[in-house]
Design a protein around this ligand. Sequence first.
Ligand code: NAD
Length: 315
Amino acid sequence: MSASRKVVIVGAGDVGSSFAYALAQRGIAEEIAMVDVNIELMKGQVLDLVHGAPYYPTVRIHNGDKSDYTDARVIVITAGAKQKPGESRLELLKKNVRIIEGIVSDIVDQNSKAIIVVVSNPVDVLTYVAWKKSGWPRQRVIGSGTVLDSARLRYLISDYCNLDVKNVHAYIIGEHGDSEFAAWSMSHIGGMTVEEFLDLKGDRDDNKKIQNEIQQKVRDSAYHIIDYKGATYYAVGLALVKITEAILLNQKSVLTVSICLDGEYGLSDVCLGIPCLVSAQGAEEIIQKKLPPEEQKSLERSAEILKASIRQARS
Ligand SMILES: NC(=O)c1ccc[n+]([C@@H]2O[C@H](COP(=O)([O-])OP(=O)(O)OC[C@H]3O[C@@H](n4cnc5c(N)ncnc54)[C@H](O)[C@@H]3O)[C@@H](O)[C@H]2O)c1
């Protein structure tokens, strides 16, 4: 593993540039290389970012190409095609599969020892594609999974309960998409389950309803933001800073990244968001917990949906 704190961001669009901006300000990367097939966009983003140099902690930001993969510690892939008029979701998916396979092929050819973090959607399917293409151990090819969704859940709970979001430990697991769900059995506030904490606030009978409403709001978040402004990028940028920090600083943070399961939770050969210890090794350990039957069923449903998408994507 490279000892450098070099991060390569593949895809200099909205998500890649927001991530770069947030990462530069955190002061944890010594070098950030931006790569994009749209060279003009890449140059523009890099120039705009480097002019903040006097105000960042020390970091070198520069235009990149595939040679930058060689000594990178973390490679974050936000590259993707946008849906064209008349193009089906399946055609778009297949196009994005080819993009991710091409990038991973270049990474492997450069003899990189990095951890790959896939962000492009559908993130769980593309993480699987990237992992298969790489031939690397699964802990080194992960996806951003439901890290953003878990942040949204934590925010919504904290907002409802009127307390510091940092005291809310709560996880969305499964697909980063419509079948994701809140794993309430893993979630807690100040040593209490979320349900117990809600009891302190009021009518016990409403707890399930409140929890379901919060969960639904998380699922709908991206749709609302996209309706309002076309894309989501600030919060995901920060979620990516957290994942990158856990790797660069070997933090062993519990994060719901996407990883290929191999028997954990009774599931195999599918990538989905699940709590993992994230460290310099990547997702070095999957946290295993016996889920209550309804949560286990939801996870299995999510896995089935993802497996069907993987089959379609590779057909
Ligand atoms: N996982 C998450 O939580 C999450 C959240 C938000 C967005 N996303 C996804 O992130 C991706 C990027 O979103 P965005 O808003 O930044 O899109 P964008 O269109 O602004 O940026 C994508 C960039 O990828 C570049 N690109 C395409 N093919 C490439 C290749 N082969 N090599 C290098 N660069 C290439 C494009 O030129 C473009 O600049 C999308 O797939 C989006 O759905 C994921």
